[in-house]
Write a new protein. Structure first.
Length: 407
């Protein structure tokens, strides 16, 4: 069979530790035999980030902006221990944070569902895709403690330095306490809204957005109003044409609806809600190894990756020559997501179809009982006994099914 050809290169961002090992194997076993892979390669491994003073991360993000589609391997975000371990020049920033800033994107996380892996909420039959606003609120909050007798104010100064507004937050005359203040930007909320509306259209999923505007009548209400205005002006007709709905509700109502739902929604969350709820949703679906992630910018650039990290513990075993059983599914789906999107943008149906077949082969491998160790305790299917496969053996089991599906 002739290899599938590509037009525009994918921006390939290599990473660290166990996922860097899986990255190479995925290419060898599942991609290169079938696709004439055309990528622009950036090595975001920590050694190369340090060598290039992190220039490589910026270059990769710029390339992602230029070509539109990238695929990224998990990378180490250095802390003090990593600075020591890798003898780093400095504690480089999180590559994901750098890429997000340059692309100005929103991260969407979606679980990968395989038959036999039942979510802790068994009613969830379809994916719940979660979008988290990644700017402001409590994450860039200003806070302090107040002593008994203090008064705390919120103060707004105009461009001329004159006080425009002075609001009493609390009079601490009855005792000491704490104060916090936070902000967000209209432009950031607008771009979050557009990313969510666009991605809902992409996936043809209804969009739910929730805040607590009944309590927060100015702050949360602003989020609600911006979403409503943009929907009305730019997306109402497109949603109607796609047969999907936009619904705004209160966050507590949204949580109740999500638990009762069968999935199949895109759930947009404010920063803190998204932080908490994405871990709840990921855990409820089963394994971190089955959670995919895509960064979508409001001007239509995509960066696909797995939601998990570099799986350090497994890597140290691997380095000692021990066999690992690390789940590669989310990393495989990062590649298929990117290839399918590239195929769609370049008008290459063969590439799209290859990506879909690789996804199907991956799911069938699990459904027929071959899986990595993390999935064994989660798997229950009548007549199928789950068998634990090593990292490489799992990929080879997928390759065998892919091979059969391609002839
Ligand atoms: P992690 O790599 O996600 O791993 C945490 C634990 O979850 C693992 O030890 C493993 O549990 C389990 N796990 C995660 N992914 C798995 C998979 N694919 N297959 C099987 N088990 C899996 O998180 P971490 O240990 O907190 O972070 C490690 C490094 O990754 C850090 O340097 C961090 O900065 C980086 N990180 C990168 C990203 C990113 O690039 N997007 C995201 C998060 C973290 P067991 O050990 O029990 O088997
Ligand atoms: Mg969190």
């Amino acid at each position: 069979m002739a290899k599938i050809q590509m037009k525009t290169p994918l921006v390939e961002m290599d990473g660290d530790e166990m996922t860097r090992v899986l990255w190479q194997w995925i290419k060898e076993d599942l991609l290169c035999p079938y696709v004439e892979l055309k990528t622009e390669y950036y090595d975001l491994g920590l050694v190369n980030r340090d060598r290039t003073d992190d220039r490589v991360t910026v270059d990769a993000a710029e390339a992602n902006k230029k070509y539109g589609v990238g695929v990224k391997c998990a990378t180490i975000t250095p802390n003090a221990q990593r600075v020591e371990e890798y003898k780093l020049k400095q504690m480089w920033k999180s590559p994901n944070g750098t890429i997000r800033r340059i692309l100005d994107g929103t991260v969407f996380r979606a679980p990968i569902l395989a038959k036999g892996i039942t979510p802790y909420i068994p009613g969830w039959k379809k994916p719940i895709v979660l979008a988290r606003h990644a700017y402001g609120d409590v994450y860039s909050g200003v806070e302090t403690r107040a002593a008994a007798g203090d008064k705390a104010y919120l103060l707004i100064e105009g461009a001329d330095g004159a006080v425009k507004e002075k609001l009493l937050v609390q009079d601490f005359r009855k005792g000491s306490g704490i104060v916090q203040s936070m902000h967000n930007m209209d432009a950031s909320i607008e771009s979050f809204a557009r990313s969510c509306f666009n991605y809902a259209l992409d996936l043809r999923l209804p969009l739910w957005f929730a805040t607590k505007d009944t309590i927060s009548k100015k702050y949360d209400h602003r989020f609600k109003d911006i979403f409503a205005k943009i929907f009305e002006k730019e997306y109402k007709d497109k949603f109607a044409a796609a047969g999907i709905e936009y619904m705004y509700t209160l966050i507590d109502d949204a949580v109740a609806r999500i638990v009762r739902s069968s999935g199949g929604v895109l759930w947009a969350c404010k920063n803190y809600d998204g932080d908490v709820m994405s871990d709840m949703v990921a855990t409820a679906y089963g394994s971190l190894g089955l959670m995919s992630s895509v960064l979508v910018s409001p001007d239509g650039n995509y960066e696909f990756e797995a939601a998990h990290g570099t799986v350090t513990r497994h890597y140290y075993k691997h380095l000692q020559g021990e066999e690992t059983s690390t789940n590669s599914v989310a990393t495989i789906f990062a590649w298929t997501g990117a290839l399918a999107k590239r195929g769609e943008l370049d008008g290459l149906p063969a590439l799209v179809s290859f990506a879909k077949k690789l996804e199907a082969a991956t799911l069938r491998t699990i459904e027929e009982g071959e899986m990595t160790g993390d999935l064994i305790p989660l798997f229950h299917a009548e007549g199928v006994t789950p068998c634990k496969r090593s990292s490489r053996a799992f990929l080879q089991a997928v390759a065998a099914r892919l091979e059969a599906a391609l002839v």
